[in-house]
Design a protein around this ligand. Structure first.
Ligand code: IPM
Ligand code: MN
Length: 352
């Protein structure tokens, strides 16, 4: 008998619990088919708990998470909680405390999904973004001087450590080597203006590149990347970038792959645990209406299976999702799919 995986589940806020329920249904079906054993450990972190108890994330949770094989997260964000509290207290806290230094975000258009890009299809839109997830402008370095006065100064610094940059780039090179046969790694930076931060990124990118002679090295400024993601998305295979640029370009990526309804991501420590999530947020206005698209959460489950080493099961899920899209979905947008949240989960299970 194989191992029993320990999977943490954080359904979170808004539509999070609904989409996680469908994801777990799919996980159960594929585990049954593939003979995978797992235990689920449920956590109620999110806006509701914060409003009830004033606590975002207890320290004990961080310790427990390090013992898990992976965590499956719905969405964090509550209309009654001031912006920043849950984001910093839960999402960013977990990324830093668990040192989840990679944020992996596929941008892949599946057949049958509409993209806003004219004349582009699944052949052209299939790349992945490796976003550094623990440094840069997100590191929280900076502060105010003379706050609230006419002489006020606000400083927000981008922290880029040699270690942090190197481990992210190395992950991207290695990922690029095995992803497919294209083996093209694009560094997304801003070397013409951010002449310290991206000087470091560019130097390490070139240095490490010698260790991966089969990977083609490519560089583009972040503004140009935004343009080309729209005009020539087929140019990209793997894009590696810092935290802030990665945040921005992956929202653009989500749109060209058909919207937040399908976009999934993973916050990963390659030597430790990882958190997989639909990247769309809690979408409070759709809560409890069976209108939200669960495919992003289901695809987050697919990424989680890959991460824990169950690539075959991950493949089965992806194929079932493709069939569901091709045969049943009118649109990827909440409320316009033609069928409901639960029905989509049922169809994926049926195809598994
Ligand atoms: C994301 C989100 C987060 C980020 C927010 C909610 C803190 O936008 O996961 O991309 O900026 O990283
Ligand atoms: Mn974002």
């Amino acid at each position: 008998m194989g191992k029993t995986y320990q999977i943490g589940v954080v359904p979170g806020d808004g539509t999070g619990p609904e989409v996680v329920a469908e994801g777990l249904k799919v996980l159960e079906a594929v585990a049954h088919k593939s003979g995978i054993q797992y235990d689920l450990v449920h956590y109620d972190f999110g806006g509701e708990r914060y409003l009830r108890t004033g606590e975002t994330l207890p320290d004990s949770a961080i310790k427990e998470f390090t013992q898990l094989d992976a965590v499956y997260l719905g969405a964090i964000g509550h209309p009654d909680v001031k912006p920043g509290i849950l984001e910093k207290g839960i999402l960013l806290n977990l990324r830093f405390a668990l040192d989840l230094y990679i944020n992996l975000r596929p941008v892949k258009l599946y057949p049958g999904i509409a993209t806003p890009l004219k004349d582009k299809g699944p052949e052209e839109i299939d790349f992945i973004v490796v976003r550094e997830n623990t440094e840069g402008l997100y590191a929280g370095s900076g502060g105010f001087l003379k706050k609230g006065t006419p002489d006020e100064i606000a400083v927000q610094e981008s922290i880029n450590t040699r270690k942090g940059v190197e481990r992210c780039l190395r992950y991207a090179y290695e990922f690029c080597q095995t992803r497919n046969t294209r083996k093209k790694l694009t560094l997304c930076g801003k070397t013409n203006v951010l002449t310290y931060a991206f000087d470091l990124w560019e130097r390490v990118f070139q240095e490490l590149g010698d260790d991966y002679p089969d990977v083609e090295r490519d560089y583009a400024h972040v503004d140009a990347i935004c343009m080309w993601m729209v005009k020539n998305p087929e140019w990209f295979d793997v894009i590696v970038t810092d935290n802030m640029f990665g945040d921005i370009i992956t929202d653009l990526g989500a749109m060209i792959q058909g919207g937040m309804g399908v976009a999934a991501g993973g916050n990963i420590n390659p030597q430790g645990t990882a958190i997989f999530e639909p990247i769309g947020g809690s979408a409070p206005k759709y809560t409890g209406k069976n209108l939200i698209n669960p495919l992003a959460a289901i695809m987050a489950g697919h990424m989680m299976l890959n991460f824990i080493g169950e690539a075959e099961a991950a493949d089965i899920v992806e194929k079932a999702v493709k069939k569901t899209i091709a045969n049943h979905l009118k649109s990827m947008e909440a409320g316009k799919m033609g069928i409901g949240t639960r029905e989509i989960g049922d169809l994926v299970v049926k195809y598994i």
